[in-house]
Design a protein around this ligand. Structure first.
Ligand SMILES: NC(=O)c1ccc[n+]([C@@H]2O[C@H](COP(=O)([O-])OP(=O)(O)OC[C@H]3O[C@@H](n4cnc5c(N)ncnc54)[C@H](OP(=O)(O)O)[C@@H]3O)[C@@H](O)[C@H]2O)c1
Length: 349
């Protein structure tokens, strides 16, 4: 499948490629890429047909947005690309209204993003995270007004509870006003919690899911080796980074072992197989790739060609399976018998 196998993002008219270019590495000193490498990564992605660029106001203190804006302008690509950026995180220590999802901060943050990106509109504006206080109705009104004012075309939610997304999407649909079209959530073979609540909610509500850290910040590229309770190997996870070293757990090493076995069977790099598994999961529209080097992007774009067999998918699913958390643990055969009298019943999905 080529990168030009475009699809709509959720139940909307926004058309995006199956792999998004994440730009958290742009302008980032230790684990990011120098500016000229970032430019080549951007250029390679768009030349391959990619149209979906993800940034945020906090990435490298705004430098990522500046670089993305410059690369787009230098190539005259503004109409061709879907620019997504985010706000929520605080920009002025001590000022609570310079963070969060209240209307005052959303307007402040959006103006800053438009300036740094050198554009007068954002295609997809993400709430970067739940702020735990702003009511969903206020968020809907603020973002809906920005859609009507032409400053953003669509909006979506990242790192928020599934109930909050459901509340907002339901209110929007009842009132016939702009609602979220997508969720941006951490999802990979070693972080599958979204399967319990978010994936079914997104499918019911018509929201596309764009997973972040599909390689678990590089862990699933298989370049770290277990060394007792620690790990060796060079990359983002071997030094200070926003994700810490919580990836090096017994569970994750076991998942990696199965992934390495499947990658050997299909004779493809481990990272490509990890991406292919994530892309094949229900509800997933576009994986957000991260790359600190050009060869990583080349490698990861090739994941689109991989079709895993049912046996290979099953091996990966089993090694990474979630515990059956309450209440899902009770929806197993004995309870089914109690509900439908021993008759197998399939829902309409
Ligand atoms: N909404 C949110 O809260 C949130 C959070 C995080 C990220 N994001 C978005 O998601 C994007 C992707 O996240 P991520 O960077 O964490 O994704 P990721 O795919 O899990 O990790 C990418 C990192 O893995 C390593 N890597 C990638 N491909 C490789 C390959 N083929 N071989 C070996 N190593 C490889 C590189 O790091 P090293 O070379 O340093 O090892 C690269 O920077 C970000 O750019 C950002 O746009 C959003």
């Amino acid at each position: 499948m080529p990168l030009t196998t475009y699809r709509t993002l959720g139940r909307s008219g926004l058309v995006v490629s199956p792999l998004t270019l994440g730009t958290m590495t742009f302008g980032t000193p230790r684990w990011g890429s120098p500016d000229e490498v970032s430019r080549t990564i951007f250029q390679t992605y768009v030349e391959a047909g990619g149209n979906f660029i993800d940034t945020a106001d906090v990435y490298s203190g705004g430098r990522s947005e500046e670089l993305v804006g410059k690369f787009i302008a230098d190539q005259g690509l503004r109409d061709q690309v879907v620019v997504a950026t985010k706000s929520t995180f605080n920009a002025q220590p001590g000022n609570p209204n310079a963070g969060g999802n209240g209307r005052k901060n959303i307007h402040r943050a959006l103006e800053g993003s438009l300036r740094r990106l050198g554009t007068d509109y954002i295609d997809l504006y993400w709430l970067h995270a739940w702020d735990m206080v702003t009511p969903a109705a206020e968020v809907l009104q603020s973002l809906g007004d920005l859609v009507r004012a032409g400053k953003i075309r669509y909006f979506g939610f990242s790192n928020i509870p599934a109930w909050y997304a459901t509340q907002a999407a339901t209110m929007a649909s009842i009132h016939g006003v702009p609602g979220p079209i997508a969720l941006q959530l951490e999802y990979s073979l070693v972080e599958r919690s979204i399967e319990r609540e978010y994936v079914p909610a997104a499918r019911e509500l018509g929201l596309g899911i764009t997973p972040w850290s599909p390689l678990a910040a590089g862990f699933l590229a298989g370049k770290y080796q277990r060394d007792g309770a620690r790990a060796t190997g060079e990359g983002r996870l071997s030094g200070p980074n926003p994700f810490g070293d919580q990836k090096f757990t017994d569970h994750n090493w076991r998942v990696l072992e199965t992934l390495q076995a499947v990658a050997a069977q299909v004779e493809r790099p481990v990272a490509q197989v990890a991406l292919a598994w994530t892309a094949a999961q229900p509800g997933i529209t576009s994986l957000i790739l991260g790359a600190s080097k050009l060869n990583q992007l080349h490698d990861n774009l090739k994941s689109l060609d991989i079709r895993l067999t049912p046996e290979q998918l099953q091996a990966l699913n089993e090694s990474s399976a979630l515990d059956a958390a309450y209440p899902y643990g009770i929806f197993t055969p004995p309870v089914n018998r109690m509900i439908f009298g021993g008759v197998a019943v399939e829902g309409w999905h």
